[in-house]
Design a binder for this molecule. Structure first.
Ligand code: SF4
Ligand code: SF4
Length: 238
């Protein structure tokens, strides 16, 4: 497989031709934030937080779905990139009801962590304050659509790792939401095996275990990585 050489933030980096900019940066120890990406499942490029600048032009590229190319000059943290990242985060916060102080994921939320990292203390956009449902019909889990950022991590882990395909996306624009089975209450979704993988994958407080405290909401992402690695390397013990 051909190797490509590029620079990321001035650092000379080599990567296989089928790797993305984000993967190459990660291997080189350069952090590019992303919300919809999750190790072990397919990449969809939905959140646009991982935008980077391609030198020699005005182009912005999503690092998670853009393959490396010979001679690329990538910048991951210019003033323009930082401003766009912050703006995307502000829009996410304005779009639904992310009131961290009353969220079960407070302190264990990737959206909150990123907002703190970029120094976001308010949104410049008008809050939409929609009235979305909370579904607690499942005996073990619940979903609060007010906290959902439509990253589709739950859809992908349920389909690609668990093989149940309980989750899907429905609707358009501001009405888009994740649904279980044919838009039935989660508790009636017969395809759900109650494995809890979507709970581990959700970056915000949207999907939660019922009856847990804020302190107990830490996600174990390594469990998803463990399952994927074990499957690929046939490490299962019979
Ligand atoms: S608990 Fe498991 S099967 Fe049920 S929706 Fe979540 S990932 Fe899918
Ligand atoms: S419920 Fe969670 S994992 Fe699923 S799309 Fe919404 S934020 Fe993403």
């Amino acid at each position: 497989m051909a190797v490509k050489t590029l620079t990321i933030d001035g650092q000379l980096v080599s990567a296989h031709e089928d790797q993305t900019i984000l993967e190459a940066a990660k291997e080189a120890g350069i952090f590019i934030p992303a919300l919809c990406r999750l190790e072990g499942v397919s990449t969809v490029g939905a959140c646009r937080i991982c935008l980077v600048e391609l030198g020699g032009g005005n182009r912005l590229l999503p690092a998670c779905v853009t393959k490396v190319a010979e001679g690329m000059e990538i910048r991951t943290s210019t003033d323009r990139i930082r401003e766009y990242r912050r703006m995307i985060l502000e829009l996410l916060f304005a779009e639904r009801n992310h009131v961290c102080s009353v969220c079960v994921a407070n302190g264990h939320c990737e959206l909150q962590d990123l907002a703190i990292a970029v120094g976001m203390d308010h949104s410049r956009f008008d809050y939409v304050s929609p009235l979305h449902q909370v579904d607690v019909t499942h005996e073990r889990f619940g979903i609060d659509h007010n906290r959902c950022i439509l990253c589709a991590r739950c859809v992908r882990v349920c389909d690609e790792i668990e093989g149940a395909h309980t989750w899907d996306m429905a609707g358009r624009g501001a009405q888009t939401k994740v649904i279980t089975d044919l838009n039935q209450p989660w508790g009636q979704a017969k395809s759900c095996t109650a494995c809890g993988k979507c709970v581990q994958a959700c970056p915000t407080g949207a999907i939660f275990r019922r009856g847990v405290t804020v302190a107990e909401m830490e996600r174990d992402r390594w469990r998803l990585e463990f399952i994927v690695t074990a499957r690929e390397k046939h490490q299962w013990i019979r």
